[in-house]
Design a protein around this ligand. Structure first.
Ligand SMILES: Nc1ncnc2c1ncn2[C@@H]1O[C@H](COP(=O)(O)OP(=O)(O)OP(=O)(O)O)[C@@H](O)[C@H]1O
Length: 255
């Protein structure tokens, strides 16, 4: 059993009083929340509200000015970003992270090598037979099998987003942070992506935290939503509660 799924008590992710300042800009200001196992949590907020900064603090890509995070009750303080996946956390990026000239299969395998080892293995690693089976299962899950040996760069943008998700899921069960998975994806592919994420969540119990601007997508995907405005949490609740929350409506209207 992987180390990160041994502890099944308590929240899978705890964000404790995280603040991040860039010079005079308070991008994130004293944000705390827990993410429970199996949740699909949405993190929404107007442009510049601190969502990406918070993600980057959680993932160790930015050092918070204050506060810390715990994955399965273990502090991530001092853990290198490349080693966080060993604690059971994966991510997708706002910008596609596929290598366009590499096949879909090799992209997914190399992401698995990255999760299991160093960032450098992503660049210099050789396809690893131990990871091929898992990569093929994920490719099949996202219905990308016809494109298994196709260079990822020749797939449609929406299909590349699916490859991106498959790459993040190579981290195994645990928690995956998805940064704008719906951005730039057409309506048909959006429905497919949502259905696959929900199915994966139900079948594997994987927890998702999703930053998303597409409200329809986030409201129909997520079980709970946290709203940030000016670096602070202004609301938290079910999609229905968030839809009718006056502070949220005001924040989006700039009120
Ligand atoms: N590296 C940085 N240096 C200086 N300021 C930054 C940096 N990164 C973010 N900021 C500022 O921090 C604030 C929060 O930005 P952030 O990108 O986290 O917001 P966001 O909610 O993710 O926005 P968007 O939805 O547009 O992606 C903004 O005022 C932004 O200009």
């Amino acid at each position: 059993m992987n180390a990160h799924i041994r502890n099944t008590e308590g929240p899978i992710l705890s964000v404790r009083n995280i603040s991040k300042q860039f010079g005079g800009i308070r991008a994130v200001n004293g944000v705390s929340f827990d993410v429970q196992r199996g949740e699909i949590l949405g993190l929404i907020g107007p442009n510049g509200s601190g969502k990406s900064t918070l993600f980057n603090c959680i993932l160790g890509q930015l050092r918070p000015t204050q506060g810390h995070c715990e994955i399965n009750g273990r502090s991530t303080d001092g853990v290198r970003p490349a080693d966080l996946s060993l604690m059971g956390i994966g991510r997708t990026f706002q910008q596609l992270s596929v290598f366009p000239k590499m096949t879909v299969l090799d992209n997914v395998i190399l992401a698995g090598q990255e999760h299991e080892g160093s960032m450098l293995s992503r660049l210099f690693g050789k396809p690893d037979a131990g990871l091929t089976g898992k990569a093929e299962q994920l490719i099949e899950f996202f219905r990308l099998t016809p494109y298994r040996d196709t260079p990822a760069g020749s797939l449609s943008y929406g299909q590349q987003k699916l490859v991106d998700a498959a790459m993040a899921f190579m981290a195994g069960p645990g928690i995956v942070l998805l940064d704008e998975p719906a951005g730039g994806v057409n309506l048909t592919m959006l429905g497919h992506l949502k259905e696959r994420l929900i199915t994966y969540n139900r079948e594997h119990g994987t927890t998702f935290v999703v930053i998303e601007h597409n409200m329809e997508f986030v409201m129909s995907l997520c079980t709970r939503i946290i709203v940030l405005a000016q670096g602070e949490i202004i609301a938290e609740g079910t999609p229905d509660e968030i839809r009718s929350n006056q502070m949220v409506i005001d924040a989006y209207l700039g009120g």
